[in-house]
Design a protein around this ligand. Structure first.
Ligand code: FA5
Length: 341
């Protein structure tokens, strides 16, 4: 029995020396120190040995067990240190390397212009009023003095939905009716920004989806002179103190009289270039005095109240400010374009 113990110890220690990984160590532990390992069986069977053999075999078996356990512990520790050194070698960290620059988001150029427009109108006492993008035919046209089959409806090519009389607004003007019906008979001074949709062929100057900023002032004794003065003040803040403006007669069914406002081309300073199509002027908005029928539809008595309204396109204004030659860049999601702003 003593010889068998010597043999077992030698065999176990030799095998342990050749093991280089954790799985091997676990298998070794089960084989030599586990519950059904030979050494365990010998220790459990000591009682059956003769009185003379029992003390010597018992002592030796315990010595072997202790020796195997402590050698295993040493081996485990040695493998752990080797693994640590290997990872320190292989995964070396160079703390002096420069970090990677995080990619910073930017505000979309159309939103930059929108924010500038909001600030200017806020300084002049205009609140922001948000109106819906999905509208009824009545609000988009009828209540704005364009009854069914009115030829002026053709000015706005429309996306209709499958629900009868429901469409995507073609301009922000229907918001005029909403805000008037909510506030009548109080005076009003608001801007109404938001997305509009037109069933148009997209081109360098026209998109099927674009922003507009509507403006509306309703009160007593508001005149065309107020409209001109207010819009001139806006143009000076938006385009510079010395900007020149002009108003041209135009037609919108919901304003009377109506006009379009141009600013002097700041690229050629009025001399004529390709951006202003040799005219020296750039159109920036449509405007006019709110039509009496529209005032009445909004709940205001047109014999007592007057008002002015205007509508501008922030993308077109951004194009003018930055010399952008194609409006389709705005929704093209090309980072090379967006990163320039
Ligand atoms: C209107 O939509 C009127 N509702 C404006 C108005 C409001 C007049 C209140 C009077 C009183 P117009 O269709 O011209 O008008 O559009 C106004 C502005 O929206 C244009 O000057 C332009 O800047 C912008 N716009 C119009 N269509 C497009 C388009 N397809 N793509 C990009 N911007 C556009």
């Amino acid at each position: 029995m003593l010889e068998r113990l010597e043999e077992l110890e030698r065999q176990a220690l030799t095998e342990l020396e050749g093991i280089t990984d954790e799985a091997g160590l676990n298998a070794w532990r089960v084989k030599y120190l586990g519950r059904s390992a030979e050494l365990g069986v010998i220790l459990a069977g000591l009682r059956e040995l003769s009185k003379e053999d029992r003390p010597a075999v018992g002592r030796r078996a315990n010595e072997v067990k202790l020796n195997l356990e402590s050698t295993l512990q040493t081996r485990v520790e040695a493998l752990r240190v080797a693994a640590l050194e290997r990872s320190l070698q292989e995964e070396r960290l160079d703390v002096s390397l420069p970090g990677r620059k995080p990619i910073l988001g930017r505000i979309h150029p159309a939103n930059q212009t929108l924010r500038q427009i909001y600030n200017i109108w806020a300084e002049m006492g205009f609140q922001i009023y948000l109106s819906r993008e999905v509208e009824t035919d009545d609000f988009n046209f009828g209540l704005l003095n364009m009854p069914e089959h009115h030829p002026a409806r053709d000015m706005w090519d429309t996306f209709h939905t499958t629900a009868t009389g429901v469409l995507l607004r073609t301009h922000t003007s229907p918001g005029q009716i909403h805000v008037m019906r909510e506030r009548a008979p109080e005076p009003i001074r608001v801007i109404l920004p938001g997305m509009c949709y037109r069933y148009e062929q997209s081109s360098t100057r026209a998109e099927i989806q674009f922003n507009q900023v509507e403006g509306l002032a309703v009160g007593h004794h508001i005149t065309f002179a107020d409209l001109k003065g207010t819009l001139n003040a806006f143009a000076r803040r938006m385009f510079g103190e010395h900007v020149r403006t002009r108003f041209r007669a135009a037609h919108f069914p919901f304003t009377e009289p109506s006009a379009e406002m141009d600013i002097e081309c700041f690229i050629c300073e009025g001399k004529g270039c390709s951006v202003c199509r040799r005219s020296g002027w750039l159109e920036i908005l449509g405007c006019g005095m709110v039509h009496p029928i529209v005032l009445r539809n909004g709940g205001y008595d047109p014999t007592v109240f007057t008002g002015f309204a205007f509508g501008m396109g922030p993308e077109r204004i951004t194009m003018l400010k930055h010399g952008i030659d194609d409006i389709r860049y705005f929704w093209g999601n090309d980072l090379r374009f967006l990163e320039q702003f």
